[in-house]
Design a protein around this ligand. Structure first.
Ligand SMILES: *Cc1c(COP(=O)(O)O)cnc(C)c1O
Length: 375
């Protein structure tokens, strides 16, 4: 078999020649980090691109999440989703906050807004939802619940770069939204992340917490961390911004091709397209609905043919040892998330993936589902 290996994603890089002038500039400036010129330019350009007003750049999305929770003074219990990357819940543990898992909506794979209220206790201080796969959460319902109970809302928007919803950026919702610019994401700075804040005061708070707590040269206001983004990453981000629209266009073609080729394939359910003004086509999740171990056999079959699909998100976060003991981690509390985790398969999607390879992946998936079941 001479097929190239196909991974679920491949980082999107601009031509190397385009980055060299940025590097020369950094060498001339001799400023490598600490809110240097590229950092300032990238922050401003990102605000413009995303349609938000206050952004604080970070070295990665996880430290950005941890810091956003600290900036808002979150403690006690926080309601969150079991169906996400483990960093979502880890950001709570790093703040000694207890995660309270609430089940998801099967159509969006996001927190089910109908179930949030029942999980609120006197210790609840916030909700930490995830816009899973870039699909918007039920932002209006979540806001209403938060207002009724005086809770803060922090969105893990690691999948939601550039998504627009109801005429504005999805990142404008909640008290803060957190982005990841990890190499595997739609928009990357090798490693990186950001916190989107509502006002200048909140941004100032986040800014000093990511810089050891320094308010100025001689004043340390809190036991802050080092979460700063370097000039190299910021310069790369500035360049990437020029290419990201094209990258998303190419992803959209792949998304459409999958939907066309998978329509009518029995046992495969494509999650409905998000109801948005601008999508980012970050992932292409399907549910393998035949039951039993069909999903895992399909995953293995694709892998044997050098197609490395991923089971995002399996296992569920509450199944990991540091969460398992929590009352809300019980499988009986999370039936929908449990079922989706058994069925989901994220198929390869990235700008350079040829459409012929998409067709091939769909044929392979069809063959995988025809295989006889194990007795
Ligand atoms: C990628 C990701 C993170 C973590 O971001 P890093 O930049 O890798 O630290 C957090 N939450 C979700 C949902 C993610 O997909």
């Amino acid at each position: 078999m001479n097929d190239p290996k196909t991974y679920v994603t491949q980082p999107w890089l601009p031509p190397l020649e385009e980055f060299l002038p940025y590097l020369e500039q950094i060498w001339q400036n001799r400023i490598l980090t600490n809110n240097g010129p590229f950092h300032k330019r990238f922050e401003a350009a990102l605000c413009e691109h995303l349609g938000v007003e206050h952004v604080s750049l970070f070295c990665n999305g996880t430290i950005a999440l941890v810091t956003a929770l600290q900036a808002l003074g979150i403690q006690g219990e926080v309601i969150t989703t079991p169906y996400s990357f483990v960093a979502t819940a880890h950001s709570l543990l790093w703040n000694r906050i207890e995660p309270v898992f609430v089940d998801i909506d099967p159509n969006t794979c996001n927190l089910d807004p109908q179930r949030i209220e029942a999980a609120i206790t006197p210790r609840t201080t916030a909700i930490l939802p995830v816009h899973c796969y870039g699909t918007p959460c039920a932002v209006a319902e979540i806001q209403a619940v938060a207002e009724r109970h005086d809770l803060r809302v922090i969105y893990d928007a690691a999948h939601a770069f550039g998504v627009r919803h109801g005429g504005r950026s999805l990142l404008a919702h909640g008290d803060m939204s957190v982005l990841s610019f990890h190499a595997t994401k739609v928009f990357n700075t090798f490693e990186g992340g950001a916190v989107v804040c509502r006002d200048a005061q909140a941004k100032a708070q986040v800014d000093y917490l990511k810089n050891f707590g320094f308010a100025n040269e001689v004043t340390v206001l809190a036991s802050g961390i080092n979460g700063k983004m370097s000039e190299m990453n910021a310069a790369f981000g500035l360049l990437q911004l020029q290419h990201v629209a094209r990258a998303i266009e190419l992803r959209a073609r792949i998304d459409a091709r999958y939907r066309e080729r998978l329509a009518g394939l029995r046992g495969v359910h494509c999650l409905p397209r998000a109801d948005v003004d601008a999508d980012n086509h970050a992932y292409f999740p399907v549910l393998i609905t035949a039951g039993g171990d069909t999903r895992d056999r399909a995953y293995d079959f694709l892998k044997a043919h050098e197609v490395y699909a991923r089971r995002y998100f399996y296992p569920l976060i509450p199944d990991f040892p540091m969460y398992r003991h929590l009352p809300s981690a019980a499988a009986s509390n999370l039936p929908v998330a449990g079922r989706v985790a058994q069925q989901v398969l994220c198929l390869p999607i990235y700008p350079d993936l040829p459409l012929e390879r998409v067709d091939e992946i769909c044929r392979l998936l069809g063959r995988a589902l025809e295989l006889p079941h194990a007795a």
